[in-house]
Structure formats: structure tokens, C-alpha cells
Design a protein around this ligand. Structure first.
Ligand SMILES: NC(=O)C1=CN([C@@H]2O[C@H](COP(=O)(O)OP(=O)(O)OC[C@H]3O[C@@H](n4cnc5c(N)ncnc54)[C@H](OP(=O)(O)O)[C@@H]3O)[C@@H](O)[C@H]2O)C=CC1
Ligand SMILES: Nc1nc(=O)c2c([nH]1)NC[C@@H]1CN(c3ccc(C(=O)N[C@@H](CCC(=O)O)C(=O)O)cc3)C=[N+]21
Length: 296
């Protein structure tokens, strides 16, 4: 079997189209222009690319984009002061502080300082708790929501009863992914670095979401034939000349021979993450302005 390739780039473009339509309507009828502030501390090249793409796509959707670039040696106090300013700024409806942060800054303290209503990453404990409670209004983390939208499309919106294996248990991807799949009535297994016999677990899974950060870790012969594979991993390997080559956490060529459908890297989950960030920003803006949204 050769797997269908799940086109995240196209799905993300379609979602951004819907978002742009909704933003145009909000600006016209409610005089509301959703605004997203992105804060980048330091100069990690991958983060720079990501932050640039976000800024561009925010503007293309008709929204306001505020980008704050801070030095690598920024103190926690300085960053918390900026977050407080953004919390108080009525033109900012969504705040994203790019992770990871340099070691002198306590990430949890910064995440907790963001107004939960503006926490479009869905990382604040209040939003994480709302997601765990199954609150449909929770602002949920963008990457797992993007994965879920791709999965729903594969399963005609009915994931009930599917065996889902999530590899990785971070607060950003693995844990919220598991919560969302559970909410869809999947039977969910969460694997991590201490999991025993991951290949055997994987062979039982109808859905595999790999969010590990290890290039090509999930092998073709780990997969149940026909499984749907969502590859969250973004790993940069040395490529031709000084260009990096992006690869996922799944050995793509092998997996393609066994899986029913698989996301590529790049062009899979990554573009969906940004589209979902824009969507969360519109939803957050509508709530802050007490205006009905047609997106949520
Ligand atoms: N496409 C996108 O939009 C995004 C992509 N990413 C990418 O996804 C990947 C994961 O990101 P993130 O969740 O932040 O990463 P973390 O490093 O925070 O988490 C990695 C997880 O993988 C687990 N793990 C590590 N080694 C193994 C192993 N050998 N077997 C099983 N599990 C293992 C770890 O287990 P333990 O907890 O035991 O240490 C941990 O839970 C990265 O490549 C990242 O770049 C991230 C965010 C967005
Ligand atoms: N507060 C916070 N929120 C995040 O959501 C967050 C973060 N910090 N830190 C870093 C990770 C990583 N992440 C990506 C998003 C999009 C692509 C993406 O668009 N990738 C393109 C390729 C882009 C390229 O060429 O580098 C693709 O996969 O096709 C990648 C990675 C969000 N993250």
C-alpha cells in the first residue's frame, strides 16, 4: 500500500481563507480588527523563520501583527513588563511568546503572566485545565488542534473508537493532543522516553502522532498497515551546501509503504499550526469584544 499524502499546506491555506473572510466581516460590521503580538527573545534562526511567517500570514488575513524582538540577554523582569503592557493593550487580542526562552527566564512564570483570555497558544494553566475538563470553549494549543483538524478530515469527522498513539508528552504538543483525541472518543495511549517496547505499541495504533524531536525515529515496520500517521517533528539536518534539510520524526519513505495516510515534513502539520494560531486569535478577539464569531 502506498499512503495518501495529507496536504497540510493546502488545508492550512483553506483555513486561512475562511479566517480572512471572517476578519473582513468583523472589521466591516463590528469595527473589530483582531491583533496578534509575537514576542521573540534571542536569535534562534528556526524561530526567526517561524516568527516571520506568522507575521506575514497574520497581515494577509487582514489582522494586526505586532512583533517584538528582544535581545538574548533580556531579563525575566523586562519580559514580564512587556507581557503586562501587551495584556493591557486593547489592540492586542492574542499574545504568543516564542518558546524555548533563554535559561535566565522561567518559562512557566512567563506563561502564567499572560492574560488567559489572550493566551492564543493555550499554554496558560487555566486554558490547559479547561481543555482537560473537556470545555469546548478552551483556547487549545495550535499544533495539536492542527493535527486534529487533519485527522478529522481523514476519518470523515468520526474518530470514535480509534486506537491513537501519541508519542511525546510535552505540554505544547503531546499532552494536549492526547486530551483532544480523548475528547473525540479515541482510545489514547501516550508514549515517552521511558515507554517500553514502543514498536509493539505502535503496531496496534490506527492513528500515530509523533511529537518527539528525533529524526526518522518511527520506522515503517512499526506501523499497522493502513494507519494514519501525523508527523509533528521538525528536525533540521545538514543539507546541500549551507541549507538545512527539514525532516520529521517518522522515516517517511518507509512509512509511506505501510501507512494509509501520512503528513509530510515540511508541508504537513507546520502550516496548520500557524493557521490555528490565527484562528485562536480571531476567537479570542471576538470574546474580548463580546462579539459573536462564526469560526469557533
Ligand atoms: N510542526 C509544528 O508546528 C511543531 C513542531 N514541533 C516539533 O515537534 C517535536 C516535539 O516537540 P516538543 O513536544 O516541544 O518536544 P519536547 O522535547 O518537549 O518533548 C519530546 C517528547 O518526546 C519524548 N521522547 C524523547 N525521546 C523518546 C524516545 N526515544 N521514545 C519515545 N519518546 C521519546 C520525550 O519523553 P520524556 O517526556 O520522557 O522526556 C518528550 O515527552 C520537535 O521536533 C519540535 O520541533 C513542536 C511544536 C510545533
Ligand atoms: N509559544 C510557542 N508556540 C508555538 O506554537 C511554537 C513555539 N512557541 N516554539 C516553536 C514551535 C515550533 N512551531 C512551528 C510552527 C510552524 C512551523 C512551520 O510552519 N513549518 C513549515 C516549515 C518552515 C521552515 O521551512 O522552517 C512546515 O512544516 O512546512 C514549524 C514549527 C511552533 N512552535
Amino acid at each position: 500500500m502506498t499512503a495518501a499524502i495529507i496536504d497540510g499546506k493546502a488545508a492550512a491555506a483553506a483555513l486561512r481563507e475562511q479566517i480572512a473572510t471572517e476578519v473582513a466581516r468583523l472589521r466591516e460590521t463590528d469595527d473589530l480588527q483582531p491583533g496578534l503580538a509575537v514576542v521573540l527573545v534571542g536569535e534562534d534562526p528556526a524561530s526567526q523563520v517561524y516568527v516571520r511567517n506568522k507575521g506575514r500570514q497574520t497581515v494577509e488575513a487582514g489582522m494586526l501583527s505586532h512583533t517584538h524582538r528582544l535581545r538574548d540577554d533580556t531579563s525575566e523582569t523586562e519580559l514580564l513588563a512587556l507581557v503586562a503592557d501587551l495584556n493591557a493593550d486593547p489592540t492586542v487580542h492574542g499574545i504568543l511568546v516564542q518558546l524555548p526562552l533563554p535559561p535566565q527566564i522561567d518559562e512557566q512564570r512567563v506563561i502564567c503572566a499572560i492574560d488567559p483570555a489572550k493566551d492564543v497558544d493555550g499554554f496558560h494553566p487555566l486554558n490547559a485545565g479547561a481543555l482537560a475538563n473537556g470545555d469546548p470553549g478552551a483556547l487549545a494549543p495550535c499544533t495539536p488542534v492542527g493535527c486534529l483538524l487533519l485527522l478529522r478530515e481523514q476519518f470523515d469527522n468520526d474518530l470514535a473508537g480509534q486506537h491513537a498513539l501519541v508519542i511525546g508528552r510535552s505540554n505544547i504538543v503531546g499532552k494536549p493532543m492526547a486530551q483532544l483525541l480523548l475528547q473525540e472518543s479515541c482510545t489514547v495511549t501516550i508514549a515517552h522516553s521511558r515507554t517500553r517496547d514502543l514498536p509493539a505499541l505502535c503496531r496496534h495504533a490506527d492513528i500515530v502522532v509523533a511529537a518527539v524531536g528525533r529524526p526518522g525515529m518511527v520506522r515503517g515496520d512499526w506501523l499497522k498497515p493502513g494507519a494514519v500517521v501525523i508527523d509533528v517533528g521538525i528536525n533540521r539536518l545538514p543539507g546541500e551546501g549551507d541549507k538545512a534539510r527539514l525532516v520529521g520524526d517518522v522515516a517517511f519513505a518507509e512509512a509511506r509503504e505501510v501507512a494509509g495516510a501520512i503528513t509530510p515534513v515540511p508541508g504537513g502539520v507546520g502550516p496548520m499550526t500557524i493557521a490555528c494560531l490565527l484562528r485562536n486569535t480571531v476567537v479570542a478577539a471576538c470574546r474580548q469584544a463580546a462579539v459573536a464569531s462564526r469560526l469557533a
